[in-house]
Design a protein. Structure first.
Length: 162
């Protein structure tokens, strides 16, 4: 990211801050280290915010850090206290003014989260089941099954002659 891109993004982020939360005048110089290196300042006065790509010699405080950390701080996406304790940013100067500035940044209205897209497919809607006409079974009369009768051998006639 270039210095010009950093300043442009800082201006966009500063437009969203609630400058009405700040009483009086605050000027904070940001020293970007590493990629996009350079200095710019954010000045809040009379509920108006100005971001300019210059050093501000009469600043209330100076914040040093990488472009990503500074831009995240200005966008309200980075907790200033955690960023300081983790060494992502360093502060020199009036901590009270810095806290007021951070409060104004964090008071900016946030965009509602974009609706999440379903990661699983929804079950297809059930189609109404059409009633089926009752199936008529053809009834055929069957002749009663014939029982097989075992044929007996004809009985022998007893000889009456004896």
């Amino acid at each position: 990211m270039t210095y010009e891109e950093v300043v442009k993004k800082a201006k966009q982020a500063a437009k969203k801050m609630d400058a009405g939360k700040i009483d009086g005048h605050i000027a904070i110089q940001f020293d970007v280290e590493g990629e996009g290196e350079g200095a710019f300042y954010v000045e809040v006065s009379n509920a108006k915010v100005a971001v300019e790509p210059y050093e501000y010699y009469d600043h209330n405080c100076k914040v040093r850090g990488g472009a990503d950390a500074i831009l995240a701080l200005l966008a309200g996406k980075l907790n200033a206290a955690e960023a300081r304790s983790e060494g992502q940013i360093r502060l020199e100067g009036d901590e009270g003014k810095f806290s007021a500035f951070v409060s104004a940044v964090n008071a900016a209205p946030k965009k509602p989260a974009a609706p999440k897209t379903a990661t699983t497919k929804k079950a297809p809607a059930k189609k109404p089941v059409a009633e089926k006409a009752p199936v008529k079974k053809e009834v055929t009369e069957k002749a009663p099954a014939k029982k097989e009768v075992a044929k007996k051998a004809p009985a022998k006639k007893a000889d009456s002659k004896k």
